[in-house]
Design a protein around this ligand. Structure first.
Ligand code: C2E
Ligand code: MG
Ligand code: MG
Ligand code: MG
Length: 283
């Protein structure tokens, strides 16, 4: 199993990044140091109902600023963290940070606020994963329903018995599950149906292509129909324009996330942003 993860990651580096082993090692050393020195932090991007633009929650996204002030994008350092196993403690940090953030927002009047946290395969398979979720919820004193876990489409298509077992354990904590980047992998529709998860997130690529190409539009429509017919909420990620919002809404998509509504932002800004919105229910 561990071998399979490593193989996947090293292929990724060879194909996509073109950086050599020495650079990779340097980057990983920097990442480990930054994690220990608490230079990793979490930003939050609001998610809204497409029709009303009412806020339904936010997604937690990890950020790394190096000691010399440079930002390294997650697409570069997350694979490194996954390959090295460092994603397990880092992922737990994100989970706990997000849970404490939910607690604070709920205390400050946003009673139903929910945050989604991205989960890597190594975390999903880790024997301590469910305990770490329970601990984070208990320590932050929030209900499981305030937390959503995003797993990628390829993780959802791992061996069915394992996926079903972990999803059942997640469900027992009260947390919900979303399938991220949907449309980029190869899904078994029968497996997808058996997973019975709450949300399907259409990958940004199809949100953009939905307007520029007929094939993109077809895929977006198929994903929306699929999600709807399986009783899932469908979220479109990477919505940048009003035209895209209207198009996705017309396709039947429920929710959206993207620069049109808000960029990912630090926790304190999120609270201000929520407060200054006409449509937010800070009851
Ligand atoms: P993702 O989970 O699919 O997150 C959505 C990505 O789309 C984020 O990129 C977000 O900043 C970006 N985005 C949102 N709206 C727009 C838009 O309108 N236009 C464009 N062009 N982009 C938009 P980000 O933050 O760079 O993260 C990239 C990926 O890194 C994430 O994709 C996720 O797979 C991974 N990631 C980020 N944080 C974590 C984490 O804490 N744990 C794990 N395991 N993975 C993470
Ligand atoms: Mg995500
Ligand atoms: Mg995504
Ligand atoms: Mg993505």
């Amino acid at each position: 199993r561990a071998k399979a993860i490593n193989r996947g990651a090293s292929q990724y580096f060879r194909a996509e990044m073109g950086i050599d082993a020495r650079e990779r090692f340097k980057l990983l050393k920097g990442l480990r140091a930054s994690f220990e020195e608490r230079r990793l932090f979490v930003v939050y991007q609001p998610q809204v109902a497409l029709a009303t633009q009412q806020v339904i929650g936010a997604e937690a996204l990890l950020r790394w600023r190096t000691s010399d002030g440079q930002f390294v994008p997650p697409d570069q350092f997350i694979p490194l963290a996954e390959q090295s196993g460092l994603i397990v403690p880092i992922g737990e940090f994100v989970l706990r940070t997000a849970c404490f953030q939910i607690a604070q927002l709920r205390r400050n009047g946003f009673h139903d606020f929910r945050i989604a946290v991205n989960i890597s395969l190594a975390q999903f398979r880790h024997p301590g994963f469910i305990d770490s979720i329970r601990r984070a919820l208990t320590d932050a004193e929030i209900p499981g329903a305030a937390l959503e876990l995003e797993i990628t489409e390829s993780m959802a298509m791992e061996e069915i018995s394992t996926v079903l077992r972990v999803l059942a354990e997640i469900r027992s904590t009260g947390a919900t599950v979303a399938i991220d980047d949907f449309g980029t992998g190869f899904s078994s529709l029968s497996q997808l149906r058996r997973l019975d998860v709450e949300r399907l997130k259409i990958d940004r690529a199809f949100v953009h292509e939905a307007q520029s190409s007929a094939a993109g539009a077809t895929i977006a429509q198929l994903v929306v129909n699929l999600g709807c017919s399986l009783g899932m909420r469908v979220v479109a990620e990477g919505i940048e324009t009003e035209e895209q919002r209207q198009h996705l809404l017309a396709l039947g998509c429920h929710e959206g996330q993207g620069w049109l509504f808000a960029r990912p932002m630090p926790a304190d800004q999120l609270e201000d942003w929520l407060r200054n919105r006409p449509n937010t229910s800070a009851a």
